[in-house]
Every structure is written in C-alpha cells, then in structure tokens.
Design a protein around this ligand. Sequence first.
Ligand code: GLN
Length: 247
Amino acid sequence: MPRGITPRLNICHMYPDLLNLYGDRGNIMAYRMRCLWREIEVAIHQVNIGDSVDFDRMDFIFLGGGSDREQSLMAADLAEKAGALEQAIEGGVPVLAICGGYQLLGKYYKTLTGDIIPGLGILDLYTDGGETRLIGNVAVEVELGGIRQTITGFENHSGRTCLGKLDPLGKVMAGHGNNGRDGMEGARYKNVICSYLHGPLLPKNPFVTDYLIACAVKRKWSIPLKPLDDSIEMSANSVMLKRLLGP
Ligand code: GLN
C-alpha cells in the first residue's frame, strides 16, 4: 500500500431492505468493525432494486437471506447483474451469500408451492423447497486458510440445496445444513463463501470474517492481516458448542 494513504475497502451490500433475515445486516457491521480496529476504512455501498453497481470496484460483496416473497421480488433485478457479478467472482472478489442469497447464486430455487425462482447459475447447485422447515442452531466444522474451527449459527429454511461439482463450506456437526441429508453445509468457490447460517454468521465467527477481509486485503495490497483479540467471541462460541455437541 502506498505510504500516507488511508486504506479503504469497498463493501457492497446487496438488497439490504429485502435480504436481511435474522440480523444478516450484522455481517456488514462485524466486517466493518474488524476493519476499523485495524485502521482500515470501509465504504458501504447499498444496492437496491434498480441501482447500478460496479462489482469490479468492490472488495467484498454481501447477499443476505430472505423469505420466498422477498427473493421473488429481487431475483429479476439480480439476474440483470448476473454477468457482471460472475466476472467479479471469477476475478476473485470475495463474496458472502447467506441462505436466500446463497440459493440464488445457484441454478434455481423451486419453492414448496412449485414456483421456480431462477438463480444466476454462477454456482453448480440447485435448491428444492421441502415440506418441513429446517430450523435451529447449527455447528459446522470448517477449514479456511489452513485454520480448522467449528463455527456456529442459526438456520431457518425450507430449501434443500444440492451441490454439483462444488466444495461445501464444511461438515455439519449439529443441525441440518444444506439439505438435512448429506451432512454438508454451505458451498465454496474461489473467494465465495455460501452458507445457511444466519445468526449472524460473521459476528459469531470472527475467523470467517477475517478470512474474507484477508482475501480482500491480499488482493488489493498484498499485505497480511493483523490479528485481533477474539477471546470474548471464542468463549461465546464454546458455550454454544457445549450446548450443541455436549462437553
Ligand atoms: N426462502 C428461502 C427458504 O425458505 C430462504 C430463507 C432464508 O433466507 N432464511 O429456503
């Protein structure tokens, strides 16, 4: 990074009014705070239906979750941005997509009532709505950047997601994950992380936040990330893991 210049990351928050279930907005807050604690400034760009966006200028793109109704309201607008988003993803821009946002990066989401909400087809996955909702706290064993940790979060979805040739984010230790059958949770592709975990995910799991920030910082300035004290977050994590997995 050139001397004397304040580092600044551009965060793109997609459809903040429509995709914000179970505190998903907290992901943006956690990402921002962990940047500020390291003296990295952030500019948050909110993108709503009809807004234009230059994904290539972004250092982090976030898509939260939404109800079926909210997903059908924004899906067509997102489809118009599909080519540009795919180009950014292929170029390595870090992306976090939660639940409804995750489903729409895939081929389609077929709701329980049989409506098909077309996805962008960027990721090799599809989602079918199921009779029962998959709800509750989740623990997932994840390996990111050479570090293995069990992350926690909360899921509430009808969709059952099946991955094609794509790595999952991790292995379900408690809860349902992608579909309640194959023991997998979320998906990974390049610098994209997809997950069913609300909670929100990033404040509860600082190691995932730092992975996403580190990807952005490495792409932009090729510098490593300073560690922070995560003892409070990790003690909350261990309380939840004990509750879900036993002592
Ligand atoms: N509407 C989708 C489903 O029920 C996504 C829900 C969510 O984002 N929590 O599967």
